[in-house]
Design a protein around this ligand. Structure first.
Ligand code: PMP
Length: 433
């Protein structure tokens, strides 16, 4: 009888309903595969080169300082020196006055800023428009908040002249985008420059999104973590600076991406108080604040950047220059082996077409797993090269529409990129010999 009672008790579900459908996380799976099998890891987005000296020196200064209080709690919504310098910087970028105490919130990485946005702004039954392909956590975070993601794809228009495709060739269909807005739409998530394609949305595209947001009274969660990583002289345009958008936009950013130190997990949200006050409520009831000493070192680094703003020594100028070279190098080497790259206008990432390598990894008809996912797993296990399948950046319903692509991260040392290229060249030779 006792064992029956115990069993009966244990059959009750332990997990909250909100976890249903969000249990899986592709990064957990692909990070493990890369750790187990890869010789060269171009999968997850992080640099393998050192963070800039000024950042590590700032951390050492923070540690060595007389001010032992940097080891203690700081202000919940952001260490004062950091919110102040972020406000100064964004005043310049957005062309409006900002109050560091109400228009900036510091979070544990951009990831937590996103989490705060969805928890604070999305209610049960609300719809949130997500542009595909998308950084995967948007979907799960919308669902955890009780909202319904509504997907709209960027559609590729391959150039007719036989040139390599660019991320700019992936575009929204204006009518299709407009058709996704309704009375139920609470927000749209914009990610420019976009992970995984590297697309940098043009002024015209942003204008279209802004117009629809204003027309339907919709909020915009603008994930701009790659804001400084834009190539070929392109300009990153901030949707919050477009007419009618400041009051309805939360800008999300990341010190990890800004200063090539993704493990630091310092991020922020910038926006109007009417929105940020609700992010603060989520923040104070969950994480409360992020490591003081890391915030202090990031604040010092932004102070440096503010002083050097627009000058050649600025990291915001040097870093994209270096990464553009890495991009070009990987573009060339992928093109050379026939893994056609889509040239990214921004970010750490490059998406490449695997069609010519398909014969090595045969398709399994009627499999639940998209082809590119099986391909990426086969590649890391058999060739030691880790990359991420593009289908992981699509909703379940659209996963099988784009299964001929994988994403590489090129924020890597030259030696790492060269090792990746060697693997691909050897593979190509084996195929042809
Ligand atoms: N947004 C995008 C588009 C990203 O690619 C990432 C990191 N891969 C994040 C947010 C999360 O940034 P952080 O590491 O600062 O939490």
């Amino acid at each position: 009888f006792l064992s029956h009672c115990l069993q009966a008790k244990m059959s009750r579900p332990v997990q909250a309903r909100r976890l249903k459908g969000v249990e899986k996380n592709i990064w957990v799976e692909f990070v493990k595969l890369a750790a187990t099998y890869s010789k060269v890891n171009l999968g997850q987005g992080f640099p393998d080169f050192p963070a800039p000296d000024f950042l590590t020196e700032a951390l050492m200064r923070a540690l060595a300082r007389e001010n032992h209080m940097l080891h203690q709690y700081t202000r919940a919504f952001g260490h004062p020196p950091l919110v102040k310098v972020l406000a100064q910087l964004f005043e310049k970028l957005l062309g409006r006055e900002l109050d560091p105490m109400t228009n900036v919130v510091v979070t544990v990485g951009a990831y937590q800023a996103l989490f705060c946005c969805f928890q604070a702004l999305v209610d049960e039954g609300d719809e949130v428009i997500i542009i595909e392909p998308f950084f995967d956590c948007y979907e799960s975070m919308v669902k955890m908040a009780g909202g319904t993601p509504v997907f709209v794809p960027l559609r590729p228009n391959p150039p007719k002249d036989g040139k390599l495709m660019s991320s700019a060739d992936w575009q929204l269909d204006p009518a299709e985008l407009a058709s996704k807005f309704s009375q139920r739409t609470k927000a749209i998530v914009l990610n420019s420059p976009n992970n995984p394609l590297g697309k940098v949305f043009s002024r015209g595209e942003l204008g279209l999104i802004a117009e629809l947001c204003v027309k339907h009274d919709v909020l915009c969660i603008s994930d701009e973590v790659y804001e400084w990583l834009v190539y070929d002289g392109k300009q990153h345009i901030r949707i919050a600076s477009l007419e009618g958008m400041w009051d309805r936009t939360v800008v999300v950013g990341s010190a990890g991406k800004t200063f090539s130190a993704t493990g630091w997990k310092v991020g922020w949200a910038v926006g109007p108080d009417r929105l940020l006050q609700h992010l603060r409520t989520v923040h104070q009831n969950s994480v409360y604040h992020c490591a003081t000493i890391a915030q202090d070192a990031v604040a010092q680094s932004f102070q440096r950047e503010l002083m050097l703003y627009g000058k050649p020594e600025s990291y915001f100028i040097q870093m994209p220059k270096e990464l553009q070279q890495k991009r070009d190098w990987l573009v060339q080497s992928l093109d050379g082996v026939g893994m056609k790259p889509i040239i990214p206008e921004g970010t750490y990432f490059l998406v490449a077409d695997i069609s010519q390598f398909k014969s090595d990894v045969p398709d399994v008809p009627n499999s639940d797993e998209p082809y590119d996912s099986r391909f990426a797993k086969w590649m890391v296990k058999n060739k030691g090269l880790a990359a991420i399948p593009l289908s992981t950046f699509y909703s379940e319903a659209h996963k099988n529409n784009y299964t001929n692509f994988i994403r590489f991260c090129f924020a890597k040392e030259e030696a790492t990129l060269k090792a990746a290229s060697d693997i691909l060249q050897k593979w190509k030779q084996e195929k042809t010999s």
